[in-house]
Design a binder for this molecule. Structure first.
Ligand code: ZN
Length: 172
C-alpha cells in the first residue's frame, strides 16, 4: 500500500475548489484504492483527517479517523471522543450550534505549525460514503472541528484563513 505525498501550503491544489465525485467514480476500483492509500497515509502521518486535495487530487473526498489518544483532561475540555475510520464524499455542512469553541489545531499541509481557531461546536454533514450511499453525520466538539477543517480543504480554505493570527506558532 503506497503512502501518498502530502502537499504543503503553497501548492495551488490546496487553494482550488475541489470537484464533486461523479456517480461513475463512486465505488470504482480507482476510488477505493485512493481511499485505501489515503487511510494509510493519514495513519502514517499521523493525522485525524486527510482531504484529497492534500494528496494533490482535487476531488470532494476526505477520510477521517480519530483514536482520541489524548489525556482524559483534553478529551473532556475538547469534547473529544474516538471516531472510527470513515469517508465523506461530496459533503454539505450545516452549522447546528454556531457558538464557537477555540482550540489550537494543526494541519498535515502546514507541517510544524499550529494556531488557535474558533470553530462551531456542533454541525451536521450530509454526504455520500464510498459506495455512494447517503449518510448524515451529527457531530459535536472535536469531531465537529475535524469535519469543518476537512470540508474547508475541499473549498480551498486552510485553517490559517480562520485562525487568530497572533496565536500562530511552531510546535515542538
Ligand atoms: Zn488540514
Amino acid at each position: 500500500m503506497p503512502l501518498l505525498e502530502i502537499v504543503q501550503v503553497g501548492d495551488p491544489v490546496l487553494r482550488a475548489l475541489a470537484r464533486p465525485v461523479t456517480p461513475e467514480e463512486l465505488a470504482s476500483p480507482a476510488l477505493l484504492r485512493l481511499i485505501d492509500d489515503m487511510r494509510e497515509t493519514m495513519r502514517d502521518a499521523p493525522g485525524v483527517g486527510l482531504a484529497a486535495p492534500q494528496v494533490g487530487i482535487g476531488l470532494k473526498l476526505a477520510v477521517i479517523e480519530d483514536p482520541a489518544s489524548v489525556s482524559a483532561e483534553d478529551r473532556a475540555s475538547r469534547e473529544r471522543e474516538p471516531v472510527p475510520f470513515h469517508v465523506i464524499i461530496n459533503p454539505e455542512l450545516t452549522v447546528e450550534e454556531s457558538e464557537p469553541a477555540r482550540f489550537y489545531e494543526g494541519c498535515l499541509s502546514l507541517s510544524g505549525f499550529a494556531a488557535e481557531v474558533a470553530r462551531a461546536r456542533a454541525v451536521r454533514v450530509d454526504a455520500l460514503d464510498e459506495h455512494g450511499r447517503p449518510i448524515t453525520i451529527r457531530a459535536r466538539g472535536w469531531y465537529a472541528r475535524i469535519l469543518q477543517h476537512e470540508i474547508d480543504h475541499l473549498n480551498g480554505t486552510l485553517y490559517i484563513d480562520r485562525m487568530d493570527t497572533r496565536t500562530f506558532r511552531r510546535v515542538e
